[in-house]
Design a protein around this ligand. Structure first.
Ligand code: CP
Ligand code: NVA
Length: 307
C-alpha cells in the first residue's frame, strides 16, 4: 500500500492490518506508556483547503506521539493549484518530507498528488470521500461489538456525501451490512453505488428513503451534517429537504436498544441530531472522535513506518 486516498483502493487485509496497529498503539498509550518513536526523523505535510479540528489535531498529534513531526499548511499560505501547480508543489514536497495528508475540495487534486509525487498521499477529506474518518468509525464499532463485525448493520441516515461513501465502501470490505436513508435528490450517486457493488458483489447494501426502515435492525446509527463544507449556499433548501431525517428520540424508538449512535462531527446540534441523542446513553460520538487519533497513528505507522 503506497497511498491512502480511498477505501476502494485498500484491501480488506490492509484495512484490518491498519486497524490492528491502531489498536495496539492505543493500548500502549492507554497503559500509560509512550509509543516507540517509529516515525523518528519522518515529517508529514498536512494541507487544508477547508477548516478542520479533528483531522488537523489527530495528524499532528499522531506524528508527535510516534516520534515524527508534522508541518501544517493551508491554502492561504501555499496556494495549491493557484500560486503553483499541483504538479510542482508535490515535486517539491517529495524531496523534503516523507508524506502528505491533504484536505481538498476536488478529489482529483489528491489523484494528481499521488500521480506526480513520490511520497505517500493520504486523503484527509475530499468532496468525494473521507476514508480516515471511516477507519475511526470502524474502531468505534469494534470497541462496542468486538473485532468481528461480520453481519452487523450500520445504518446511515442523511446526506449521501463523502462520509457516507467511505462508510459504504468500508462496510463492503469488512462485510458489514450498510443501510442508507436519504431524501430524494440527496442519495449516494448511482455510479458510486455501482462501483462499490462491483467491488463487493455480495455486499448487503440497502437504500431507502425511510429513516425508520433504515434504523430498524441497526447496530450503529450514523449521521453527518446536511450541509457539508462548500455547500453553505444550499442551507435553506437542504433544511427543507432533510426534514424528518434527524436523529431524535422519535426515530430511535424504531431501532434496537443496543444500537450506538455515531457522528463524524462537527455536528449541527438541533438539525441532523438532537442534543438529547448526541449527549444520550447510546452516543459514542466523542470516543469516535478520539479514535481519529488512534486510527491516524495506525495509518501513519503502516504508511511511513513500515509497520
Ligand atoms: N470529522 C472530521 O473530519 O472533523 P474535522 O473536519 O474537524 O477534521
Ligand atoms: N461531510 C462533511 C464532513 C466533515 C468532517 C463535510 O464534508 O463538510
Amino acid at each position: 500500500m503506497k497511498h491512502f486516498v480511498s477505501i476502494a483502493d485498500t484491501s480488506a487485509a490492509e484495512l484490518k492490518h491498519i486497524l490492528q496497529v491502531a489498536f495496539d498503539l492505543r493500548a500502549e498509550r492507554q497503559a500509560g506508556k509512550a509509543n516507540d518513536p517509529i516515525l523518528q526523523g519522518k515529517t508529514l505535510a498536512v494541507f487544508f483547503e477547508k477548516q478542520s479540528l479533528r483531522t488537523r489535531v489527530s495528524f499532528e498529534q499522531a506524528m508527535n506521539e510516534l516520534g515524527g513531526h508534522a508541518i501544517i499548511l493551508d491554502q492561504g499560505s501555499i496556494g495549491l493549484g493557484q500560486r503553483e501547480s499541483v504538479h510542482d508543489v508535490i515535486k517539491v514536497l517529495s524531496g523534503m518530507v516523507h508524506g502528505i495528508a491533504a484536505r481538498v475540495y476536488e478529489h482529483q487534486k489528491l489523484l494528481q498528488l499521488a500521480e506526480h509525487g513520490s511520497i505517500p498521499v493520504i486523503n484527509a477529506l475530499s468532496d468525494e470521500s473521507h476514508p480516515c474518518q471511516a477507519m475511526a468509525d470502524i474502531m468505534t464499532m469494534i470497541d462496542e461489538f468486538g473485532p468481528d463485525l461480520t453481519g452487523r448493520t450500520l445504518a446511515y441516515v442523511g446526506d449521501g456525501n463523502n462520509v457516507a461513501l467511505s462508510l459504504a465502501s468500508i462496510c463492503g470490505k469488512l462485510e458489514i451490512r450498510f443501510v442508507i436513508a436519504s431524501p430524494p435528490g440527496y442519495e449516494l450517486e448511482q455510479d458510486v453505488v455501482d462501483r462499490i457493488m462491483a467491488q463487493q458483489p455480495n455486499m448487503a447494501f440497502e437504500i431507502t428513503a425511510d429513516p425508520k426502515q433504515a434504523v430498524h435492525d441497526a447496530d450503529a446509527i450514523y449521521t453527518d451534517t446536511w450541509i457539508s463544507m462548500g455547500q453553505e449556499e444550499q442551507t435553506a433548501a437542504r433544511k427543507i429537504a432533510f426534514d424528518g431525517f434527524a436523529l431524535d428520540a422519535a426515530l430511535l424508538q424504531h431501532s434496537p436498544d443496543h444500537a450506538i449512535v455515531l457522528h463524524c462531527l462537527p455536528a449541527h446540534r438541533g438539525m441532523e441530531i438532537t442534543d438529547e441523542i448526541m449527549d444520550g446513553p447510546q452516543s459514542r460520538v466523542f470516543p469516535q472522535a478520539h479514535n481519529r487519533l488512534h486510527a491516524q497513528k495506525g495509518l501513519l505507522a503502516v504508511l511511513l513506518g513500515n509497520q
